[in-house]
Design a protein around this ligand. Structure first.
Ligand code: FES
Ligand code: FE2
Length: 377
């Protein structure tokens, strides 16, 4: 992060901690936006399937032959590093008769072998072996590799476009923010722990819960609430993404030369499918897969300094274990609330939700979302 930007964020966060800031106007959002299946289908196509989604952390595919399998917004995908060192996203569907080629969640291999009739693919997706090839006199092996999706590696993360449309790469704002995040957390990171669960809530309720700190002292009173300033978050849009500074109580009086992460967490809500919660010494990825209008799969990934050749030191392990546990506990509090809200919508008690003047990031995020949906994929 640029020193001037860091200094201005510290000053803005200090002021917000001292005097709960009001911003923008009170706003409402109709609840059908969280329940309408036709709208959900439009959101999936326009916001998720046609743009680069985060699909893995680079450290999950560290060397040639390493792979993970993921559901990429409805497209089963293998993320594999080829012998040339490139990470690729390959549709996990056999080109013979469509079986799922790789069923393990992660591993290392030289070939992906289909469990149905043993057609085999190299780690770059090329079809390299057909059992009894005399049965397929018209097969063109060169054109029958696993389908490759546009895939980019940036900021220690692997991104892919689920619907396969050709894309030039990550846009300028995304690249800028990834550079900013790398500057904050430093290089040499690796996944420490990950867990995944399906929550019965619309994906936007998951985002809503992350865009304000009005709830910290109440909903998170047993976890992170005591450490953070009340209703003091400050936000800025960078392209479609939001940078949210969440001051800790210590931000009320930061000593000279203080660094941002010593007195605040920084949350990057990055379109379309990931939030990066940057903390001092590690970060947490919150990766969303919208499965249905009222169902969202969430993968929580704690990323810290990579272990040395002998593994993690006892101190590093304790630090990452403790931080993983508290962050997951606090986020689960948010997701449980999202499930309650989704159930509450069904009662008809609310025709709309109300965003206050200290929830301005929510109002602005929803307004931009409407504009992007109107513009289409
Ligand atoms: S479906 Fe994969 S080899 Fe037949
Ligand atoms: Fe929360």
């Amino acid at each position: 992060m640029q020193p001037e930007l860091e200094a201005s964020l510290i000053e803005a966060a200090r002021r917000a901690t001292a005097a709960r800031p009001l911003d923008g106007d009170e706003a409402t959002v109709p609840v059908e936006r969280y329940t309408d299946p036709a709208r959900f289908a439009r959101e999936r196509a326009a916001l998720f399937r046609s743009t680069p989604n985060l699909v893995a952390h680079s450290s999950e595919v560290p060397e040639p032959g390493a792979f993970v399998t993921r559901d990429l917004v409805g497209t089963p995908t293998i993320v594999a590093r080829g012998d040339d060192g490139r990470a690729r996203a390959l549709v996990n569907v056999c080109r013979h008769r469509g079986a799922t080629v790789e069923r393990r969640p992660a591993g290392r291999c030289k070939r992906f072998v289909c469990p149905y009739h043993a057609w085999s693919y190299a780690t770059d997706g090329a079809l390299v072996h057909v059992r009894h090839p005399d049965g397929f006199p018209r097969l063109d092996p060169a054109g029958s590799g696993l389908v490759e999706l546009p895939c980019f590696e940036a900021g220690g993360l692997v991104w892919a476009v689920p619907d396969g449309r050709p894309t030039a790469g990550l846009d300028g704002p995304t690249t800028r923010l990834l550079t900013e995040i790398e500057g904050l957390v430093g290089p040499g990171l690796a996944v420490f722990a990950a867990e995944e669960r399906v929550w019965r809530a619309n994906w936007k309720l998951i985002v809503d819960g992350s865009l304000e700190s009005y709830h910290f002292k109440i909903a998170h009173r047993r976890t992170i609430g005591p450490a953070f300033a009340d209703t003091a978050s400050i936000h800025a849009f960078v392209g479609e993404h939001v940078r949210l500074v969440l001051p800790r109580t210590s931000m009320a009086d930061p000593p000279p030369g203080a660094r941002l992460l010593q007195h605040a967490n920084v949350l990057y809500v990055m379109a379309p499918n990931v939030s990066l919660l940057v903390q001092d010494g590690h970060l947490v990825l919150v990766v969303m897969t919208p499965e249905a209008v009222d169902r969202t799969r969430i993968r929580l990934v704690t990323v810290g300094r990579a272990p040395g050749p002998d593994g993690y030191s006892a101190g590093a392990r304790r630090f990452l274990e403790a931080n993983h546990a508290i962050t997951v506990a606090a986020l689960n509090e948010d997701f449980e609330l999202a499930e309650q809200i989704q159930r509450g919508i069904a009662t008809g008690a609310n025709a709309a939700f109300r965003f206050g003047r200290f929830e301005a990031a929510l109002s602005a995020w929803h307004a931009r979302l409407e504009a992007r949906l109107d513009a289409g994929p």
